[in-house]
Write a protein that binds this ligand. Structure first.
Ligand code: BGC
Length: 410
């Protein structure tokens, strides 16, 4: 009998990180400036992953990982407008090589939230020319590094970036839409620290930013393909899975939220995506709400809801890789269960024919959780920020066992 739990033999397993959150020493970007102004916590040397990536990838290999998602820091590559730093290109070439020699497939993201200061000084993604700047950077990386990788993601969670920067105002550039108390589906921060400017028209600026982000992705896609047509180009989308009981009003509410958070943006970019990365953290049911425990982020823990999120993305019929899915759990008491449930959700979607290529847990190691600083512990590997010592958490070994179990051929 066919084992429906079996994953395809070429399925990739691993974990994810992002440059600013782990590397350390990134100064020429908007988050570093905001930290100097006391509006977000300082990031400093973070996990010093910039210097320790080889040892960190040794740990990933020991944990059975066959894929790793990381991001390139735009501010390192183009610290001033139009000036390319080739030493930093070499650094990321070494990162890619270090993964490949360990048998770990690199999933590379071009931009994960932090922006070069020169770009922000020109208005960032409010600037009508921002898509061209982003596409130029994307093409440069594709040209320099594209022949060494197979997959390239343009951007991470554009709607989270725009929502927290222009509607909630907890992230740079700290603009807050003054009319509504928006429901929060992702990271937050401390308002007294970020000191957002309340503006009625922030909503309209938000819409402009969202449109520029979509155009930036689409243009980057074309610019990458012009120099490396073989690269599989994707966008990573944060999908909130909305569900409802029988009640038609609840169904309508779930549909509206699904449109607003998920589909409005996806419709603008899906024709320029060879595949999608899925970042999954939230399952929300309207009516007959089950009771869930909360993670250290205060988020309901409903990892099996990844199945519903995969269905949302599958509407566009593009291959999907799980680019992030994880839990903040400082004493590691829920993580093993959480990972097992999320993998079961992926297995269910696979069995129904959804084309899923890989699964990357967030995160390989503890890191800088944006406006919340270093307190939230998402890592399979614990970091002691005083000594920078790495300690593998017990749940990381459970993940390894699950990888072995689900990869097993009958
Ligand atoms: C982001 C990560 C973040 C994680 C946990 C995702 O939204 O891509 O940068 O650390 O969620 O909040």
């Amino acid at each position: 009998m066919k084992n429906t739990q079996k994953f395809p033999s070429n399925f990739y397993w691993g974990a994810a990180t992002a440059s600013y959150q782990v590397e350390g020493g990134i100064e020429k970007c908007d988050w570093a400036k905001a930290a100097r102004e006391g509006r977000v916590p300082p990031c400093g040397r973070a996990c010093d992953h910039y210097n320790r990536f080889e040892a960190d990838f040794d740990l990933a290999k020991e944990l059975g990982h066959t894929a790793h998602r990381f991001s390139i820091e735009w501010a390192r590559i183009e610290p001033e407008e139009g000036q390319w730093n080739f030493e930093e290109v070499e650094h990321y070439r070494q990162v890619i090589q270090a993964l490949k020699v360990r048998g770990i497939k690199p999933y590379t993201t071009l931009w994960h939230f932090t922006l070069p200061q020169w770009f922000v000084d020109k208005g960032g993604f409010e600037n009508p020319n921002s898509p061209e700047f982003f596409a130029r950077y994307s093409q440069f990386i594709a040209h320099e590094l594209g022949s060494e990788i197979e997959d390239l993601t343009t951007m991470n969670e554009p709607i989270v970036f725009a929502g927290l920067g222009w509607l909630k105002g907890n992230w740079p550039p700290f603009k807050q839409f003054s009319l509504v108390g928006l429901k929060e589906y992702t990271n937050s921060g401390d308002r007294s620290m970020s000191r957002p400017q309340k503006k009625f028209w922030a909503y309209f600026t938000y819409r402009k930013v969202v449109n520029n982000l979509a155009r930036a992705h689409n243009l980057a896609y074309e610019s990458i393909k012009a120099v490396q047509p073989q690269l599989e180009v994707s966008l990573v989308k944060h999908v909130v899975a909305f569900d409802a009981n029988w009640n038609p009003l609840n169904k309508l509410r779930a549909w509206i939220e699904d449109q607003f958070i998920n589909h409005i943006f996806l419709r603008k970019v899906h024709r320029h995506c060879d595949s999608f990365g899925l970042n999954f953290y939230h399952y929300v049911k309207f009516g007959n709400r089950p009771k869930y425990e909360h993670s250290d982020m205060g988020w309901e823990m409903a990892p099996a809801g990844i199945y519903n999120a995969l269905q949302v993305l599958w509407k566009y019929k593009k291959p999907i890789f799980v680019s992030e899915c994880g839990v903040a759990d400082h004493n590691d008491s829920h993580r093993a269960w959480y990972i097992e449930e999320q993998i079961k959700g992926v297995a269910k979607a696979l069995a129904e024919g959804i084309d899923i290529r890989g699964h990357m847990y967030w995160s390989l190691m503890d890191n800088y959780e944006w406006a919340l600083g270093f307190d939230k512990k998402f890592g399979l590997i614990e970091i002691d920020y005083d000594t920078l010592e790495r300690k593998t958490r017990p749940s990381a070994w459970v993940y390894k066992e699950l990888i072995e179990k689900y990869s097993k051929v009958e």
